[in-house]
Design a protein around this ligand. Sequence first.
Ligand code: ADP
Ligand code: MG
Ligand code: MG
Length: 542
Amino acid sequence: MADNIYISYPPPLTPEQEEYLVQTVKNWTIEHALTVRPSTAIVPKDINPNNVLATNAPVTLFPSPFPKACFEQARSLQKVYNELYATIASDEEWLEDILQELIKVDDFLANLWKIHLSVKEEGYVQDLSLGMFRSDYMLHTPGDSPPSLKQVEFNTISSSFGGLAVKVAKLHTHLATYPSVKRPLAYPSHPLFAHSDQTNSPSPSITTIGHPPPNDAVITLTASLAAAHEAYGPSKSRPQLPTCVIFLVQDDERNVFDQYALSSELWNQHKVPSFRLATSKILALTTIPSKDENPNRPLIYTPPSSPATQYEISVVYFRALYAPAEYDAPTSWAARHHIERSAAVKCPSILLHLSGSKKIQQVLTSLPPDTDHLKNFLPHYPESTLNSLRTTFAPQYSLSSPDPNIEPEGVRLALSPDSAANHVLKPQREGGGNNIYRDKIPSYLQSIPTSQWKQYVLMELIHPPTNAKNTVLRSDGQVVGGNVISELGIFGGCLYRSGNGSKKPEILHNSEGGYLLRTKGKDSDEGGVAAGFSSLDSIILY
Ligand code: ADP
Ligand code: MG
Ligand code: MG
C-alpha cells in the first residue's frame, strides 16, 4: 500500500470535473475565510489602495495520503518535545554554552542575547513563559524503504497556519463526504474517500475514516493562550485595569485570517479579549510605569480606538519579530527589550525563542555514546519514549570544532560535492527561504570567511516519497498539478515557570492537538506557505 498509494491517487478528473471542483474550492475558501490578503504581485496597490481584498489561501484540491503510524508517532511525541524545549529554555547556562560561539558572529542572535542579559540584570518580573510550538516532519523513504518520520525543525516562535489548517481539513472533509450521487462532481469515488453513499464499502484493505482527521489546532493553541492569560492573574496596576492578550503582528501581514481564527476563538470560547498590535506601534501604544510608580512593570496598552480605556497586557503572542529584516527601525530592538522586561507572559520569551535555533536542534541530535542531552533534559521519560523521539532525528553536523586542528565532520561533508549532494546548509533563521542546498553548499561556504561557517548547521536531506501527486489552487487562481512533497506540522502548547533556583521548569500546561500539512512542488527545495513555496493541505490516513 505504501508504495502504491499514489498509483490511483488522487483520482483523475475530467476537465469538467476539475473546473467544477476548482469553482467549489474557490467559493468555499471565501465563504469560510480560508483566505489571505493578496500580495501586491497578484493585486497591485493602486487597484487595492485600501487593502480590502482577500483571496483564497493556496490550497490543494485533495488531501494527501499520510501513513497513520507516522501521524500517530508525531502526535505521541509532541508533549515530550514541548517539555524538552521548555526545559532547554529554562537552562540558561546550557543555552549560553551552545550559543556563545554563534553570538560572536551573528548580530541577530547577539542582540537577542543582549536583551536577555540586560533584563536579567534588572531582574525579570515574569517567570512564566508560553510556547505555542509546531514540530515539522517529512516522511523519509530512502530507496523505497517504508516511510519513517523525520523532523525538519521545531518552531518556538510564530508557529503559524493552525487557524487555516483547521479549515483545509474541513474543506477536504466536505468534499470527501458529500453524497456523490447528489453531487457527482465533488470528489469522484475513491476507496480513500467516504462519500456518504459508499461509506460502508471502501476496499477492505484500507482502514481509513474516509476523510481528514478532525484538526484541533485552533482549540489547542487558543487554550494555551487562555491558560497563560489566566496564570498571569489579576491586574498588577493601581488602580486595576482589564487584562488582554496582544497579537504582535507585522505591519504588512497578509496571513491575517489565520490569526483571526485564534483571536475569535479566544474570545468566543474563553472570553479573553485580544488586540492586534503592529510591531511599529509597540513603543507608541504600550507603556511600563516607572519603578517608583509600580515595580511590577505591568505592560499597559492604550487602544488607539478608545484611548480612555487602558488595558494591562497579560500575554504577548509574537507573530512577528522572528527575522532580522523585521528589526528595520532604529527603535525595533528597544521595542523587543521593552516587551521582554515587562510583566507580560511572552510567547515566546527570548530564551525560548533562542532555544528554537537550528544550532540547538543540531546539538540535540548528538546521540549516545556522546552526550545524551535527551536523557539529561528528560530523565523521567522511559527509554522507549526517548528512543522514539531519537528516531525522528535526521543526522545534523556542526561546522565548528572545539579543537582547531581537527576538521569538523560537518565541514568535510559540506565541502565534498559527493556528500554535499545529500545535505542542506541551514543558518540560524526562521520563516523559509534561508537554506542552501546540495551542490550549492561547497561554493557558498568557499565564498564566505571560514570564521562565519559556525553560523550554519549541516543537515542530511530527508527523502520523501517521490511519486505523490496533487493539484493546487494558488492565490492568483492558477491551478497547478504535478508531483509534490509534503511536510507535516504538529501543534502543541506549553506554559511553564522557570527559575525557582532549579534548571528544570515547572510545567503548568502541556498540550498537543492539531496538524498542518504543507505541500509543495517536488522540485522546490524550500517549504514556507507565507514565503510562497507551499500550499495548505490536509491528510487522509492509510
Ligand atoms: P525555516 O525555519 O526557515 O522554515 P526549515 O528548517 O523548516 O527552516 O527549512 C525550510 C524548508 O527547507 C523546509 O520546509 C523543507 O522544505 C526544507 N528542508 C529543511 N530541512 C530539510 C531536510 N533535512 N531535508 C529536506 N528538506 C529540508
Ligand atoms: Mg522555522
Ligand atoms: Mg520550517
